[in-house]
Design a protein around this ligand. Structure first.
Ligand SMILES: N[C@@H](CCC(=O)N[C@@H](CS)C(=O)NCC(=O)O)C(=O)O
Length: 362
């Protein structure tokens, strides 16, 4: 017990996580009690068949350009809480940047490695640094003075029982969460802030492409964005085999599409590209190793690889990619997958190097 208490923070994370796994293996009843008593995280979202099953977001309000609406689009009213590590949060930050909304919508970045969020229970999640120098790239929460993302959910709702996820789109005026669903947030950012966006003409979801974008989003989400998580969090061989087969089927399909056109839905950049990009940019550095997506690397797909560089080089996009945070988070926050938290050295790909995508025009 003494050595347990004196263990380093990472050892503590590992010990608690192992305890959790022990509960899961030993009793279905204990498992469910455990879930009820403790705040949840993605690591708990594995069904009895061993497959990862992501739960839906709960705050689903919409900001509107209509001035009379509850959440009206106003300069300076909203704040995004994000992690650079998280692909879902990064797609929101990407849209903030490329629409030119970073003066109108402020944002705060959490620390990359999950820590204990309360002394009274065993939940691990996103926390803010104490000072601006503790973790380069992350900042304390100067808006609400919260220590964790969990505290923000508790301010917004006294009976919330879901996961404490990023992104969180926060309303400074009503002091509550507008939305914690990135696919909704990017739509609001695209259409509702055009009176104040510096790049209002960029439409990432134009009406004439919506059917195509929706169709692409569906398989990209299921087989690629969430697909890598299904590979990584599977606890049995069968669900892993199924997820990894679908992942590579979808990557092969994307490669084929991108051999004929610049972007995934045609020759115009859309939200579907931003949604695909956030997974591709993490692929070789993290998912290939940590989530066992190693059948083929991104850099072995010429079109996908050049496409990823192309999107990365859109003004504003590179500032949304902090590979140090990305690697620290994945390799350091899932002790059941990477027990010792060792961060692999490579491959350190330079996505700012030349690509060949101009051949398609824009
Ligand atoms: N549906 C959400 C998913 C967000 C999500 O899963 N975020 C992860 C980080 S990548 C998270 O915050 N997880 C916290 C946890 O599992 O406890 C969205 O797209 O906005």
């Amino acid at each position: 017990m003494i050595s347990f208490l004196s263990a380093s923070r990472f050892n503590l994370v590992r010990s608690l996580s192992a305890l959790k796994v022990f509960y899961c293996y030993n009793s279905k009843l204990n498992y469910h009690q455990n879930i009820l008593q403790m705040a949840r995280s993605a690591l708990d979202e594995v069904t009895e068949s061993g497959a990862f099953n992501r739960t839906a977001s709960t705050f689903r309000n919409f900001i509107s350009k209509d001035k009379s609406s509850q959440f009206s689009a106003e300069y300076g009213r909203y704040h995004l809480y994000i992690s650079y590590a998280c692909p879902w949060a990064s797609r929101c930050l990407s849209v903030v940047k490329i629409k030119g909304l970073d003066k109108a919508i402020s944002y705060t970045v959490v620390k990359p490695i999950w820590e204990r969020t309360k002394e009274s229970d065993q939940h691990f999640g996103w926390v803010f640094p104490i000072s601006g120098t503790e973790e380069p790239g992350a900042e304390p929460d100067s808006l609400n003075g919260a220590r964790s993302i969990r505290e923000l959910y508790e301010i917004a709702s006294s009976n919330y029982s879901g996961k404490y996820t990023v992104p969180v789109l926060w309303d400074k005026k009503l002091k509550t969460i507008v939305s914690n669903e990135s696919s909704d947030i990017i739509r609001m950012l695209n259409t509702e802030f055009n009176d104040i966006a510096e790049n209002a003409d960029l439409d990432l979801y134009p009406s004439h492409m919506q059917a195509m974008i929706d169709e692409v989003n569906e398989w990209v989400y299921d087989m690629i964005n969430n697909g890598v998580y299904k590979c990584g969090f599977a606890k049995k061989q069968g669900p892993y085999d199924e997820a990894v087969a679908k992942l590579y089927q979808a990557l092969d399909k994307s490669e084929e599409i991108l051999s004929k056109q610049r972007y995934i839905c045609g020759n115009a950049l859309t939200e579907a590209d931003i949604r695909l990009f956030v997974t591709l940019i993490r692929f070789d550095e993290v998912y290939a190793v940590h989530f066992k997506c190693n059948k083929k690397l991104l850099r072995e797909y010429p079109n996908l690889f050049n496409y990823t560089k192309d999107i990365y080089q859109i003004p504003g996009m590179s500032s949304t990619v902090n590979m140090e945070h990305i690697k620290k988070h994945y390799y350091g926050s899932h002790p059941t997958i990477n027990t010792y938290g060792i961060i692999p050295l490579g491959p350190n790909i330079d996505y700012s190097s030349p690509h060949d995508r101009e051949k398609f025009g824009s």
